[in-house]
Design a binder for this molecule. Structure first.
Ligand code: 0O2
Length: 211
């Protein structure tokens, strides 16, 4: 017998698979045009059942309201090299007509008390099923490599300490968040230099391949 969760999560899985292809396709287009790609890499996942249940409990979301009230069951992440790239990616997402942006949360200009920085875009994505179209919510998190590094480490520590960090770890995480912020600032200052070097490197690689 097919499990109820499997049935419920099927359109989310389909959405994540399709969106991964579409968002990776944006990067491929930039590469083909030999432009600097604002997208470094893309990942996606369907939220594990245990995390759905935890979050539903924390936020008092009834299980029959998950589809309307939990926005990140389908989750995508787009990593950028530079902070400026994030706005460019958000604008590209707003212009697309294969989904509708319904909410944006800017945790870059308004970082979370934890030190978390990222730009969240919630979309309504139409999934084609054999029963017809189903619109589902998905969350796209757009962040720099430095923001992603910090968030990934903090997320694993959070898992271990359930949000109750020892003072020492808390202080180090705050300092690491500041260091990640400064790293982004430093890289933005030499963005043009880096991009020129990358174009030069890519062209040389192409030339070597043809030899
Ligand atoms: P997972 O394991 O990533 O799926 P809230 O959860 O109350 O902060 P809300 O309304 O669910 O907020 O949406 P929001 O603010 O867009 O955040 C949801 C997701 O953003 C989280 O999902 C994380 O992926 C990420 N996130 C938000 N705050 C933090 C943070 O302080 N640290 C890290 N590392 N990630 C964060 P989940 O459900 O937590 O988990």
């Amino acid at each position: 017998m097919i499990n109820q969760w499997e049935l419920f999560l099927a359109p989310y899985k389909q959405a994540v698979d399709e969106l991964k292809i579409k968002l990776k396709g944006m990067r491929a287009q930039f590469e083909r045009q030999q432009d600097h790609s604002p997208i470094e890499f893309v990942t996606g996942r369907v939220k594990p059942i245990a995390s759905i249940l935890d979050k539903a409990q924390q936020k008092n979301i009834p299980l029959d309201k998950l589809a309307e009230e939990m926005q990140d069951i389908a989750g995508l992440r787009m990593m950028c090299q530079f902070v400026d790239d994030i706005q460019q990616v958000v604008e590209l997402l707003r212009k697309r007509n294969d989904f509708k942006v319904i909410e944006e949360r800017n945790y870059i200009s308004h970082k979370k008390p934890s030190g978390y920085r990222s730009y969240h875009v919630v979309i309504e994505y139409p999934v084609q099923t054999i029963q017809g179209e189903r619109k589902i919510l998905a969350e796209i998190q757009i962040r720099t490599l430095a923001m992603n590094f910090w968030a990934t480490i903090e997320h694993s520590l959070n898992y271990k300490y359930k949000g109750e960090f020892p003072e020492e770890i808390n202080m180090r995480l705050q300092r690491a968040a500041e260091a990640a912020f400064r790293l982004d600032e430093e890289m933005s200052q030499i963005k043009e230099e880096i991009q020129e070097a990358q174009v030069y490197f890519t062209k040389n690689k192409e030339a070597t391949k043809k030899m």
